[in-house]
Design a protein around this ligand. Structure first.
Ligand code: NAD
Length: 266
């Protein structure tokens, strides 16, 4: 039997980090060797698994990280940048779900993919991957219909619209031979004037404990098509990220997609 993959989690004390840790307890494919939390976090230095004698403790940086095969990152853009530096120094593959990444970091990630296997997804759920395919098809089949994307998340989410909403918009724009930059309308307030033909509108809902909901509306004259995905448990994202990490370790350098994992995992 092959040895388990040596895994690090970046953002280990967060909502997604905790969901990953819960799954890792019973996942023999991985050995968790490093778990990074934000500097100043109350968990820094505490044992990761209190009921185990493996000695693994949360760390606030990468200085003492042992050799590892793959990093899973669900943190913040600045924490992702630090994880990327570590992956580059030690040739580790990188799976990241962090959203709200600016153009400079996007550029660094693209450049790093010349040397590293990197897989990023705004949403690691299988259902959203299929929703994206369906939306591409609908956007191309109904070119004259107005398109609006509505997303809802818990009140502590830091960025808007969600990375998933933007990825859906990108997919739909490409299916209509345009770009999200050209088509997106992110806010409407006051005297907005009439809707711009061919635009893709975004609306954001924030509150309570909503894990993540995305609705793509295609609105015609007298009829409307709605494609809806509702995540009710964030373990779906954690499960998808672990599947992606297992698949990615050993892949050639490049920018890989969740679609690649789904296509080859059956
Ligand atoms: P969270 O706020 O609960 O957790 C963030 C984690 O990052 C915490 O552990 C925090 O300590 C750590 N962190 C923050 N700054 C840091 C720093 N400078 N150095 C080291 N660690 C740092 O957030 P979350 O809900 O777990 O989401 C994290 C990210 O993942 C967000 O960008 C979110 O949008 C994204 N997300 C993606 C998916 C997906 O499927 N792609 C799903 C859920 C969330």
């Amino acid at each position: 039997m092959t040895r388990p993959l040596r895994l690090a989690i970046n953002g280990a004390s967060g909502r997604m980090g905790s969901a990953l840790l819960a799954l890792l307890r019973d996942d023999a494919r991985f050995e968790l060797v490093h778990a990074v939390v934000a500097p100043g976090s109350g968990q820094d230095g505490q044992p990761v698994f209190v009921d185990r004698a493996d000695g693994l403790r949360y760390a606030h940086d990468w200085v003492d990280a042992p050799a590892l095969d793959v990093v899973i990152d669900f943190s913040s853009p600045s924490a992702l940048a630090a994880a990327l530096d570590h992956c580059l120094l030690h040739d580790a593959a990188l799976v990241s779900g962090t959203t709200g990444v600016d153009a400079a970091l996007e550029g660094r990630l693209a450049h790093a993919s010349g040397r590293l296997a990197i897989l990023r997804a705004a949403n690691f759920s299988l259902g959203v991957a299929v929703l994206t395919r369906l939306l591409r098809e609908a956007a191309a089949a109904l070119p004259g219909w107005d398109m609006e994307i509505v997303e809802a998340h818990h009140g502590r989410k830091q960025d808007a619209p969600s990375g998933t909403a933007l990825a859906l918009g990108q997919a739909a724009a490409a299916a209509r031979n345009t770009s999200l930059e050209a088509a997106a309308v992110y806010s409407r307030e006051g005297q907005t004037g009439a809707r711009i033909q061919g635009s893709i509108g975004f609306a954001t809902v924030r509150g309570g404990d909503i894990v993540g909901e995305h609705t793509a509306m295609l609105i015609g004259q007298g009829e409307r098509l709605e494609l809806v995905h509702r995540a009710t448990d964030r373990s779906i994202f954690a499960r998808g990220a672990l599947q992606a990490a297992y698949w990615l370790a050993g892949c050639a350098p490049g920018q890989w997609q969740l679609d690649d994992v789904i296509a080859t995992s059956g």
